[in-house]
Design a protein around this ligand. Structure first.
Ligand SMILES: *Cc1c(COP(=O)(O)O)cnc(C)c1O
Length: 411
């Protein structure tokens, strides 16, 4: 497909602004994505014309709201190729989805069981497991990195054993920019009878995801990193596992019969959706998926890779920069973490912002990874398909300005 990428970019109103007297260069997409006009309009449209609570109402507006809400569930199913819409649970986001799995599937964990994480996990896919392990007297183990700062598959093969019950792993790292070999991990985990919980927060908006092909048991992601609003996310789970799991939260919507002293639960997926959901968020998520599908995920991946191929070698060749993650352009998503000489990442990010460039600086919710790399923090630029070549050139120019500004400290 021949995509008009400048047309695509013009669909995002927020990008068309001046920040500190320069055109905004938004390179903080790993923190949150911007939203196209169609998503913004769909939320407005819902509140202007259709607003009602879902599932409970007989009246026309309630039916309209319910139809739209449930149609998105099937859209999500198609988008990640789940077998049935019952496997799609709406949550608040990746963090909520992962906490759901840890606190419900986690109840099956016993003393002496092992939970395997990777050292590159975001705190979202780490603390819930760490606390579960502490409560259940289970053992937590981390798969380490290779010298090239990629996932060490040899270490994975040693650590995943018959004692392993859960392997929790990011599909794509929010710091190192690597895409993990999830199929290899699921195969290994399943040989030992363990389930795989995959954190897809940095993957779904950037590459095609097929949960059946990956054969993951759970897959979590956030709407706001894939063009949808904040406060909406998804947990995919294999139906047989979801059926076995106890509810996450109690309240309206998730019940079948409530007596004074006991209750029974609704069928999937409602068992896991207590209370009034984020209806407008779900509708926005549906429009975001329409938008991504229209461009096509394979096309988005290819385009982002072209942008990476332009910028990554330039950054890698710059002797004042230290780049994290594998030093190979073919192993990098549009997430590039770096440090500029010995400057504090916050100073670098502040200087870049003076030129209208938005990047992130900090530990990126990955303190164990920072410790493993013997770092406190990094700067991180992160791309989306709506970034263009001018953004990358402006970023390079801003980096040059930053170096000149701090020149006395670099000598
Ligand atoms: C952003 C992110 C999360 C957390 O997502 P929330 O939307 O804040 O819940 C988890 N894992 C990774 C890899 C992320 O990038």
């Amino acid at each position: 497909m021949d995509t008009d990428w400048e047309q695509v970019r013009s669909d995002f109103p927020v990008l068309q602004q001046v920040v500190n007297e320069e055109s905004l260069v938004y390179l903080d997409n790993a923190a949150t994505s911007q939203k196209p006009m169609t998503v913004l309009q769909s939320i407005n449209q819902f509140y202007l014309h259709d607003n009602a609570n879902v599932h409970r109402g007989i009246h026309t507006l309630a039916q309209r709201a319910t139809e739209q809400y449930e149609a998105v569930r099937d859209q999500v199913r198609q988008f990640i190729n789940a077998t049935t819409a019952n496997e799609i649970i709406f949550t608040k986001g990746t963090t909520d989805s992962l906490n759901l799995v840890a606190s419900t599937y986690g109840q099956f964990i016993q003393a002496g069981d092992e939970i395997i994480l990777t050292i590159m996990e975001h705190h979202s896919n780490l603390i819930a497991w760490q606390q579960l392990a502490l409560q259940k007297h289970a053992t937590l183990k981390y798969i380490n990195l290779t010298k090239e700062q990629d996932l060490d598959l040899k270490d994975a093969a040693q650590k995943i054993t018959d004692k392993t019950k859960i392997v929790a792993i990011a599909h794509a790292s929010n710091v190192l920019g690597v895409v993990n070999p999830i199929k290899t991990i699921t195969k290994l985990a399943h040989q030992h009878g363990a389930v795989v919980v995959c954190d897809g927060a940095q993957a779904v908006a950037h590459l095609p995801v097929d949960v059946q092909d990956l054969d993951v048991d759970f897959y979590a992601f956030s709407g706001h990193k894939m063009l949808a609003p904040t406060g909406i996310g998804v947990l995919y789970g294999k139906q047989a596992l979801l059926k076995k799991m106890p509810p996450y939260q109690y309240g309206g919507e998730m019940i079948s019969v409530v007596n004074q002293y006991d209750s029974t639960w609704a069928e999937l997926p409602y068992k896991f959706e207590a209370g009034t959901p984020n209806i407008a968020g779900v509708i926005g998520l549906g429009k975001a998926i329409d938008y991504l599908n229209h461009i096509e995920m394979t096309n988005i991946w290819r385009h982002e890779q072209e942008l990476v191929q332009y910028i990554f070698p330039k950054l890698l060749a710059d002797p004042t920069l230290t780049i994290y993650g594998p030093p190979s352009v073919t192993k990098h998503t549009g997430v590039i973490a770096f440090n500029l000489h010995s400057l504090h990442p916050h100073d670098v990010a502040t200087a870049l912002d003076q030129d209208g460039v938005a990047v992130r600086a900090g530990h990126h919710c990955a303190q164990p990874l920072m410790n493993a790399l013997d770092l406190k923090a990094t700067v991180r630029m992160s791309l989306s398909f709506y970034n263009n070549w001018a953004d990358l050139d402006n970023f390079l120019a801003a980096l040059k300005d930053t170096k000149e500004f701090f020149n006395h400290e670099l000598i």
